[in-house]
Design a protein around this ligand. Structure first.
Ligand SMILES: Nc1ncnc2c1ncn2[C@@H]1O[C@H](COP(=O)(O)OP(=O)(O)OP(=O)(O)O)[C@@H](O)[C@H]1O
Ligand SMILES: [Mg+2]
Length: 288
């Protein structure tokens, strides 16, 4: 009963657009297409009327700005260091999409001052009210800081290609996350799929393994085909969804966005305030 009331309250908050869904895009093995996914997924969501911000967590090697064809002057680091305002590090691109660049050298900042931590929370508090979805494009390496962030977000989208090595690494990543936080809402997408059956088989295998070995339910959002248009779009520095809106890969991406927006995909107990609370706990623990 309490759960139902809580669920309803959260749904209402969501429908009023009060709090953003915080979502990390991750993979086990690197180079599986996270950044291209993040960029185009963000566009797909914004085309459906969602207000989306991408935060590039690939510190030092971020490429969201390249994929979007924007040259940001400042990064998240400038904001955290207090030299720039949040407004100054946020970049707007057409279609109501915003992003914050990861910048370079943030990893060298090992000690987070109280002031930096406060600024981070302040930023998220503000972004959660301003946006419908906050997407974190995670880097290939798992740093302590990125793991803390992963455990704080409400939802995680795990990307895997159809290669066995990518599938086992994606499973290991999901297992790691679940052992730390069994209530995390996990979604699965397969990328660079040759035949349709390979895509559905990959996601089904991951879903099955999670259910059988960890008793964890995951949601399959869909799959994206291998498509040379991805490369063309990267070269053109525009999302493929914008350049080729009717291509099969774009249609698949729109279907993934639909599956994500589907209210049944929302796990209720962990949304909104949960994100800030967890983040605060993680960072306080980390610095103490
Ligand atoms: N569906 C696809 N079809 C064809 N090529 C793709 C597809 N998805 C991604 N690629 C290509 O794969 C390469 C890696 O993509 P991307 O940079 O998005 O991966 P990543 O997971 O973000 O990598 P990293 O782990 O280094 O951050 C790029 O060259 C991109 O063009
Ligand atoms: Mg990337």
């Amino acid at each position: 009963m309490r759960d139902q009331a809580e669920s309803l309250r959260m749904k209402m908050l969501k429908s009023q657009g009060s709090l953003a869904r915080s979502v990390a895009i991750v993979s086990g093995k690197g180079g599986v297409g996270k950044s291209n996914f993040s960029t185009n997924f963000a566009y797909a969501l914004s085309m459906k009327g969602k207000k989306v911000i991408i935060i590039d967590m690939d510190i030092g090697m971020g490429n969201i700005h390249i994929l979007l064809g924007v040259s940001p002057s400042y990064s998240l680091k400038d904001y955290l260091m207090g030299t720039r305002s949040l407004d100054e590090v946020m970049n707007e691109v057409p279609e109501g999409l915003a992003f914050i660049s990861g910048g370079s050298g943030l990893d060298s900042v090992m000690e987070w001052s109280e002031a930096m931590f406060d600024r981070l929370l302040e930023a998220f508090e503000y972004l959660q009210k301003e946006y419908d979805v906050i997407l974190f494009d995670m880097g290939a390496g798992a740093t302590q800081r990125s793991i803390e962030l992963l455990l704080s977000v409400d939802e995680i989208i795990v990307i895997s290609t159809t290669e066995p090595t990518s599938i086992t690494d994606a499973y290991s990543m999901m297992k790691f996350i679940c052992l730390k936080d069994p209530e995390k809402s996990l979604h699965i997408v397969s990328n660079r799929v040759g035949k349709d059956e390979d895509g559905t088989e990959t996601t089904a295998r991951l879903q099955f393994a999670m259910r059988k070995f960890l008793s964890v339910e995951t949601k399959v959002l869909g799959y994206l085909p291998e498509d040379p248009m991805v490369h063309k779009a990267v070269v053109a520095q525009k999302p493929f969804l914008l350049l080729y809106p009717n291509a099969p890969i774009s249609r698949r991406m729109k279907a993934i966005a639909d599956a994500f927006i589907d209210p049944h995909s929302i796990v209720d107990s962990q949304k909104g305030e949960g994100f800030l609370r967890k983040l605060r706990k993680m960072f306080t623990k980390g610095s103490g």
